[in-house]
Design a protein around this ligand. Sequence first.
Ligand SMILES: [Zn+2]
Length: 457
Amino acid sequence: MFQPTGPHLSLPTASSVIDAVRDPTSVVFNLEGYQVLSACDLPLGGRRVSAAANSVEAACPDCGVISARVHQRTRQRVKDLGVGGKDIELVIIKPRFLCVEVACARRTFTQVTNQLGFRARCTTRLKAAAVEAVLDEGMPIWRACARHRLGWATINAAVVADTLTIPDPDQVPVRALGIDEHRFARAKWFKHPDTAQWCRVEPWMSTFVNAETGHVLGVVDGRSSANITRWLNQRSQAWLEQLQVVAIDPSSAFRNAVRQVLPAVEISVDHWHVVRLGNQMLTEVRQRVTREVLGRRGRKEDSVWAHRMLLLRAGDRLTDAGLHRLEQVLEDADYEQVAAAWAVKERLRVMLAAKDIPAAQNARIDFEMAVAAADMAETDKLAATVGNWWTEIKVFVRTQVTNARTEAANTGIKHIKRTGRGFRNQKNYQSRILGTSVRQTRRRRRIPHQQGLHAQR
Ligand SMILES: [Zn+2]
């Protein structure tokens, strides 16, 4: 579309291009490869900026031959970032060159810059701002659409394209890997086509995270051993060999998968999950004993119910007043089983907080003595779990590799889910998770790395 240029427009000449010093307006507007010709206020608010491409010659994208023969000058409106806190309407004028190579099939072509690519209707910097709003600020796409005056599909495509530049997990050096599961959507029911029975589906995802930086390396569907194994098997041999420790929740499926693919790697169990098992045990004992003593569920007038959170808190971090109240609760002869369960839970915490293996082994003896003294099904079950995971607990004590950053990543993932108001497209969801994590990791890159995973043996 050829538009006669107004008298105020002075199109670039060879001498003005050689002159590298831009005029003040172009410096402020700062659109690479373009020079501002005019800017005016519009009657209904906003501003219009006209800018012309400053190229006097360009290489044909097909044959690469440089041409300076202008076929026509095209004028088009493109979307751009607002400048000075106001939206702008940008009109660009660029030459359409004729390809001078006789053998080339292409007749004409236009200038392509980093900011305005082939057939682009909006600048790269506008798309980048929208992607930043979605991936860094956690803004839902529909809101970014309103802010940047772009369509949903444009922003979503830019977000997905951004996540395609994510480094291949095989290229990320990882010494400590965290594997964790999270449920990303409400449980769904569907009728099985063959048996016509209703089945419950829990939409789980498992996340692979660099346990030292929190960088999400991969997300897979489900939480079964097979899905974990498949992801690990897709990694290169060199990547698998650099792994030293894998941190997991106390889940047999995860442990089996890791042992199968990585027989030489040490497995560390996440201590918070073990502490949580101790707290669950204490809660079960409290509820059972309350039923036995009172013949009903606990109420707020029962001191053992009123102080149920106090029981779960770390004993060594209680205030004097808290300790005094706890003593009063546990003094009650009816609740001596609760007191015994509390002692087991505290020994478990001390054991997990041990600084080295000998301290952990001593703490385990205290723990086992407390379990023997308690003599209850709940505490025996906890002791069996600790026995089952003792190797992994020792690895945790020695390496201190935990799933804390994996959990943080999962919290972030749930936030992404909430801002997305329920993703229905799993690909969009996974790309949003990976994209957000990569950008966060890039910003945090200066996190001091944990020194020497294998310091003490
Ligand atoms: Zn050509």
